[in-house]
Design a protein around this ligand. Structure first.
Ligand code: FES
Ligand SMILES: [Fe+2]
Length: 398
């Protein structure tokens, strides 16, 4: 039987103390890179509004380059992304009264109908660092004066050949197929991360068409049998992650349950490996099929929503390989994988939300052996985050 903090009482420390800061990270971890949009969602001279960890951000593309500014006009506080108004490649103009800000520095450069106004040059909105590669746009979100880390430090690390005889492609490589979707989930970001990395949750995929149609032998759950089954990866100034070492033999693959008579029908073995990285991005290697990988981000939006990013990555050295990957993506990976299979994950994490948000779930949960992996993630996020996010304050004086 599982033992909870309440049952242990004063006899020992509450297990939650070991990851206390994580429990406070309702709005996410700050000073990290988060995906903000796919490149195709931001045409030139358009403005797109996003919210990441409580930060309202206006994305704007000019001459191909992506800029990110605070999405609240300093004048009367409207979100500038509600209506695109772009007259030049250097400025973003608010659609309401024409306050016009420099894309580079956020400084008020002019007011359309008050060009000699004393406020010009004195007011500024904040800007955010951006990065774009392989069809994705990231924004570094957190404290304005925090020096951004290299984006590689906030992505799953490159898996070397020593660790996997058949390494999958790295997201930022050239000649890489990168395609996916994102959608808003009605749960806190932490419940989303924990759902994805939980080796006991595979039960929810038991009857998914992807599994049944491929006759895949996907266990009811993967039960770690030794601490070494889970490996913490700490690269100095680089990625921080935790990996389920399914290649070690240190897991019990639960294929049936005798009490209920339930068992797995699939016959085909399929090798995969999962790892979760700060600030909350999972890499599933060799998924949905061998040689491809699935990256997922669980980007905090506010305290009760996350943006769920699902991206398939594969190596494509030729046009023909790219066309084949696209064919598989359109007809298999997206409908059967991202939408159907992972739709069950979205369902599960939304089903946890009221318990954790309103019913003291973080203290009432009764964890079991399977959850050592989830607890491992909580400790990792506690140890390696660059700060706990709070909602931003918005516009200010230059
Ligand atoms: S609210 Fe933006 S210019 Fe007035
Ligand atoms: Fe899942």
């Amino acid at each position: 039987m599982a033992v909870s903090a309440r049952q242990v009482g004063s006899k020992s420390l509450s297990p939650t103390r070991e990851y206390e800061p994580y429990l406070e990270a309702v709005w996410g971890l700050k000073n990290h890179w988060y995906p903000a949009a796919f490149s195709h969602e931001l045409p030139d001279r358009q403005v797109k509004g996003v919210m990441i960890a409580g930060h309202e951000i206006a994305l704007r593309r000019a001459k191909g380059k992506v800029y990110a500014l605070a999405d609240r006009c300093a004048h009367r506080g409207v979100r500038m992304s509600k209506k695109s108004m772009c007259f030049t490649d250097e400025h973003l103009t608010c659609w309401y009264h024409g306050f016009t800000y420099g894309l580079d520095d956020g400084v008020l450069k002019t007011i359309l109908a008050s060009p000699d106004d004393a406020q010009i040059g004195k007011i500024k909105i904040r800007t955010y660092p951006t990065f774009e590669k392989n069809g994705m746009i990231w924004v570094f979100v957190g404290d304005e004066d925090y020096k951004p880390a290299p984006i590689e430090a906030d992505l799953p690390m490159r898996i070397t050949s020593e660790r996997d005889p058949n390494p999958i492609a790295y997201l930022l490589d050239d000649h890489t197929f990168v395609r996916g979707i994102h959608q808003t989930g009605n749960s806190n970001w932490r419940l989303a991360v924990e759902n994805a990395f939980d080796p006991g949750h595979i039960l929810i995929h038991y009857d998914n068409p992807l599994i049944v149609a491929t006759d895949r032998k996907l266990a009811l759950g993967w039960q770690p049998t030794a601490p070494e089954a889970i490996e913490v990866i700490d690269v100095p100034d680089g990625p921080k992650g935790i990996m389920n070492r399914y290649d070690t033999g240190l897991y019990n693959y639960i294929m049936e349950n005798q009490v209920t008579g339930m068992k797995v029908y699939g016959k085909q073995d399929h090798y995969l490996r999962t790892s979760m990285w700060v600030p909350g991005v999972i890499l599933v290697e060799h998924w949905p099929i061998t040689h491809f990988a699935q990256y997922e981000w669980f980007v905090p939006v506010d305290d009760t929503h996350h943006e769920y990013w699902e991206v398939i990555v594969g190596r494509c050295n030729t046009e023909e390989e790219y066309r084949e990957a696209e064919f598989k993506y359109i007809n298999f990976f997206e409908p059967l994988g991202l939408r159907d299979f992972n739709g069950n994950d979205l369902f599960a994490r939304e089903a946890m939300q009221d318990f954790y948000a309103e019913m003291d779930g973080w203290n009432r949960e009764e964890l079991c052996k399977l959850d050592s992996v989830v607890v491992g993630w909580r400790k990792l996020a506690t140890r390696y985050n660059r700060g706990i996010q709070e909602p931003p304050t918005g516009a200010r004086r230059a």
